[in-house]
Design a protein around this ligand. Structure first.
Ligand code: TMP
Length: 208
């Protein structure tokens, strides 16, 4: 076995509400770490079909439990096909959303039992979980301002729903401070990227 493959990679997830800058920051961090960059839902070909199903405004009448199962199916495929093989081969993986989003959106947002949503994700991933979760916090008003008028199924939800989601992310970060870190997402792209780099280097003991 080569030195590269003998050490498991680090798994880092970005989480946050709509338009918080996760996609930009995920890419910047993945470039910095030479990591595999991926996202949920939709990190695999099968997942891209599930993403379309879950987020299309044409999907009408999807019940919360079915929505939770679609997200869990996407995650199961994503971990088995892409995340776990990359980590096992010694690559770092940066994902734009993971189980924290299910807990925030389907748990806190839709009102499904948070512990059950967490257990569903643990089952879907066979226990694969991020080493570090970065919550990019921008606040509901700023997110609303950043979102255009063309919104997908989830972005079109009410302000009250998005407030619950935001509370759900903050509660997770508070409840598990050793795994989560909250970064203020309201600065410039460079300011946020610097904050993310410093915290990732410190928490995962990487020289960046
Ligand atoms: P985004 O990746 O472009 O932000 O969009 C993904 C959308 O899917 C976003 O509205 C959050 C939602 N989502 C869930 O509701 N549950 C989940 O488990 C995941 C991964 C995403």
């Amino acid at each position: 076995m080569s030195a590269q493959s003998s050490k498991r990679g680090k798994f880092i997830a970005f989480e946050g509400g709509e338009a918080c800058g996760k996609s930009t920051q995920s890419k910047l961090l993945a470039d910095l770490l030479d990591a595999v960059l991926t996202r949920e839902p939709g990190g695999t070909v099968i997942g891209s079909h599930l993403r379309e199903l879950a987020l299309s405004p044409e999907t009408v009448g999807l019940v919360p439990r079915a929505e939770a199962l679609i997200m869990a199916a996407d995650r199961a495929q994503h971990v088995a096909e892409l995340v776990e093989p990359a980590l096992a081969a010694g690559r770092h993986v940066v994902t734009d959303r993971f189980a924290g989003s299910s807990i925030a959106y389907q748990g806190y947002g839709r009102g499904l039992p948070v512990n059950e949503i967490r257990d569903l994700s643990l089952w879907a991933t066979a226990g694969v979980w991020p080493d570090l979760i970065v919550l990019l916090d921008v606040g509901a008003e700023e997110a609303d301002r950043r979102l255009g008028t063309e919104r997908d199924r989830m972005e079109s939800e009410s302000a009250a729903f998005h407030a619950e989601v935001q509370a759900g992310f903050r509660a997770q970060a508070l409840g598990e401070p050793e795994r989560w870190v909250v970064v203020d997402g309201t600065g410039t792209v460079d300011e946020v990227a610097n904050a993310v780099r410093n915290i990732v280097a410190e928490r995962l003991q990487l020289s960046l």
